[in-house]
Design a protein. Structure first.
Length: 417
């Protein structure tokens, strides 16, 4: 009786939690460009100055700069990724003004050091440019620590004489640092610097020191961006894609559930329940991990459900074979579970390995497909293998599945021992 109560409790509580949380989870799933509509651009980066190279650091910092600009445009969670050695892909869901996006994103990051011009009219404004990004050594900004273990940013310039002249003239005054006309820091010049290097204090804030270092290095090697590819997807088209994909997935899932119940009776019913739990958990992971759902992701989603069903079919068919040899129901289930487990796990693990390789070496949609597939398989092992076996054994040990027909096996097919 206790096992029956445990079985009912697991099923009822699970359905209750899923019914209560699913509407909010679906609202919070972040949709990708192909489902929500928007704008995508692939840029190729190259140095503004001849003889320079596109480094990994400069590419990453440029990507961060693009993300900052996209956020200021008011777009919803822009997706910016680097590809290869010199490409950046930008995805902006829900964008309608493509011209503004193109103009804003294409401009190189501009680093300037500024002072006040001394006029009464502009007394509080840093509007006189003293130095620009290319005055600084490429990747010359470093994070260092003082004897008091306080973080500071050390910098190097290309022209010692120019830096000495600026620091001498502005001794005791602020020399403000701007990135794209936005004030980053305004340190006060404490001494005349003649060796072409300096240290900038950030008040002991490590995060601020790292940000300042990255922005100075980005401005010291600004990259120009050349548009290589772009596409625009209307919101209506994206919604149609989502609706059609969900419709196809629901219809396919319904046929799968009916097939499982028709072929395997009670184990099929349990498998159908664990498939529903599996799907809910995947949606939960998407929301908690802030994954972006795309059409390739949905394809991996549906493929994972098919693989989960395959795991249940292998197990149940093995149980059928054991029953047909004349074994008792308990013995047949134990033997079927034992013999099928290795086959199922081998299949799932090899697929994870392939997906991991796709994720490591793929880009864009390929990485998204691989990531969803990996998550799918891990959840499938937890639900469609272990949870389904746990629930089936609860009913078996409670003595409620004592006839082969409950497993979809006909009496005439059982061979006498």
């Amino acid at each position: 009786m206790k096992r029956i109560i445990a079985f009912i409790t697991v099923v009822v509580v699970s359905f209750g939690i899923m019914a209560w949380t699913t509407p909010d989870l679906l609202k919070n799933v972040r949709l990708g460009l192909d489902l929500k509509g928007g704008f995508e651009i692939l840029y190729e980066a190259s140095p503004l100055e001849g003889g320079s190279e596109v480094t990994r650091e400069s590419l990453i910092q440029t990507a961060k700069s693009l993300e900052d600009r996209a956020n200021k445009l008011g777009t919803s969670e822009p997706e910016v990724t680097t590809e290869g050695t010199n490409r950046i892909r930008l995805k902006l869901a829900g964008v309608t003004d493509e011209a503004t996006v193109r103009k804003t994103m294409k401009e190189p990051a501009t680093l300037t050091f500024r002072s006040k011009d001394g006029t009464e009219k502009n007394a509080d404004e840093y509007n006189k440019i003293e130095m620009i990004g290319t005055d600084f050594a490429a990747n010359g900004a470093k994070l260092e620590f003082t004897q008091m273990n306080e973080p500071v940013v050390s910098i190097k310039v290309n022209s010692k004489d120019k830096f000495a002249e600026v620091t001498k003239r502005l001794l005791g005054q602020p020399l403000a640092i701007y990135m794209n006309d936005e004030l980053v820091s305004d340190p006060v010049v404490q001494a005349v610097l003649t060796d072409g290097s300096a240290q900038i204090s950030v008040g002991g804030d490590l995060a601020k020191a790292k940000e300042l270092r990255d922005k100075i290095n980005l401005g010291a090697l600004p990259l120009q961006l050349t548009e290589k590819y772009s596409q625009s997807i209307g919101a209506t088209l994206g919604k149609q894609s989502l609706d059609k994909t969900i419709e196809a997935g629901l219809i396919g899932s319904l046929f799968i559930l009916l097939f499982m119940i028709g072929m395997y009776r009670v184990p099929g019913l349990i498998a159908s329940f664990t498939l529903i739990v599996h799907t809910w958990l995947l949606i939960l992971v998407f929301v908690w991990a802030d994954f972006t759902l795309t059409l390739p992701g949905i394809a991996a989603f549906i493929l994972g459900i098919g693989m989960a069903v395959d795991a249940n079919i292998i197990t149940n068919e093995r149980i059928h074979e054991e029953m047909r040899t004349g074994k008792s129901i308990m013995s047949a289930v134990k033997a079927g579970d034992k013999h099928s487990l290795r086959t199922v796990l081998d299949s799932q693990i090899t697929t994870i390995i392939v997906a991991a390789v796709m994720y490591a070496y793929g880009t864009g949609a390929v990485k998204g497909f691989a990531l969803v597939l990996i998550v799918e398989i891990v959840l499938s092992i937890a639900t469609n293998i272990y949870l389904s076996r746990f629930l089936l054994n609860l009913l078996l040990k409670a003595g409620k599945l004592l006839k082969p027909k409950y497993f979809g096996v006909k009496e005439r097919d059982i061979r006498e021992l």
